[in-house]
Design a protein around this ligand. Structure first.
Ligand code: ADP
Ligand code: ADP
Length: 232
């Protein structure tokens, strides 16, 4: 479902070049929940942003959902990105839009009719248990509720892949457990392939089928793991 072949990404920092991701190859199967762990600065977040080409690699090939993203013209890339949802540590909701309108954002430039859009947003809000918050603003929600809205928004276009950058790092253990349940359901019910960058080992252990360990921009290893329940 996701294939990175010999990917490198460097950044200009002051006078020097920093190699954030260095000749990395990785395959993630359809339906997998894949964790990416490693110390701060290891390149985890860059690797995740490469998977939907939010970062353009210096070299290498990125294939997601049978599309070679690295060779697509911009318009096609924007289309392809609709099948890749993303959520973040700090939710990244639009503060002056209601919950409903936040979830509707990804549907704006699609061919959905007004009615289909409204139905789809309500369906997604129902899925995360927040239909009753549709007319509220992000500032009126708890952290866990904000992340549920972000998940609803990421699901609006029925993605094949969901990329999660530290999805529970800003949340307390109780709320974390709830979000992990939602992510598990997304995976099981819709067959969505999920990639989770996290520094929380208990989170990774409770939900991931496989884990990739990064250090210094390289992959040290990718291993299968036995899941253990997340303990609050
Ligand atoms: P992690 O997610 O594992 O903490 P990152 O992928 O965020 O690691 O960062 C890897 C390295 O790349 C770090 O040294 C970081 O400072 C650097 N880096 C990340 N993004 C940028 C950027 N936009 N500009 C310059 N350097 C960056
Ligand atoms: P349909 O597409 O005909 O509605 P599906 O069996 O594909 O039927 O989906 C059943 C339900 O799951 C629908 O409510 C649909 O919106 C939702 N769904 C399916 N795939 C996804 C996905 N990848 N992400 C989010 N929701 C999905």
């Amino acid at each position: 479902m996701i294939s990175l072949q010999n990917i490198s990404k460097s950044y200009q920092q002051h006078q020097s070049i920093l190699q954030a991701v260095h000749s990395v190859s990785l395959n993630i199967d359809k339906g997998e929940i894949h964790g990416v762990i490693g110390a701060s600065g290891a390149g985890k977040s860059t690797l995740l942003r490469l998977m939907n080409v939010l970062e353009t690699p210096d070299q290498g090939t990125i294939v997601v959902n049978n599309q070679t993203l690295t060779t697509l013209p911009n318009r096609k890339l924007r289309e392809a990105r609709r099948s890749i949802g993303m959520i973040f540590q700090h939710f990244n909701l639009v503060s002056n839009k209601t919950v409903f309108d936040n979830v509707a954002v990804p549907l704006e430039l699609t061919g959905y009719s007004k009615k289909a859009k409204v139905d789809r947003v309500n369906e997604c809000l129902k899925f995360v248990g927040l239909e009753h918050k549709a007319e509220q603003y992000p500032a009126q929600l708890s952290g866990g509720q904000k992340q549920r809205v972000a998940i609803a928004r990421a699901l609006a276009n029925r993605p094949a892949v969901l990329l999660c950058d530290e999805p529970t790092s800003a949340l307390d253990p109780q709320t974390t457990a709830g979000i992990l349940d939602v992510l598990k359901t997304v995976n099981q019910e819709f067959g969505v392939t999920i990639v989770i960058v996290s520094h929380e080992m208990d989170v990774v252990r409770s939900i991931c089928d496989k884990v990739t360990v990064m250090d210094g921009g390289k992959i040290l290893e990718t291993v299968s793991i036995e899941t253990e329940p997340y303990m609050i």
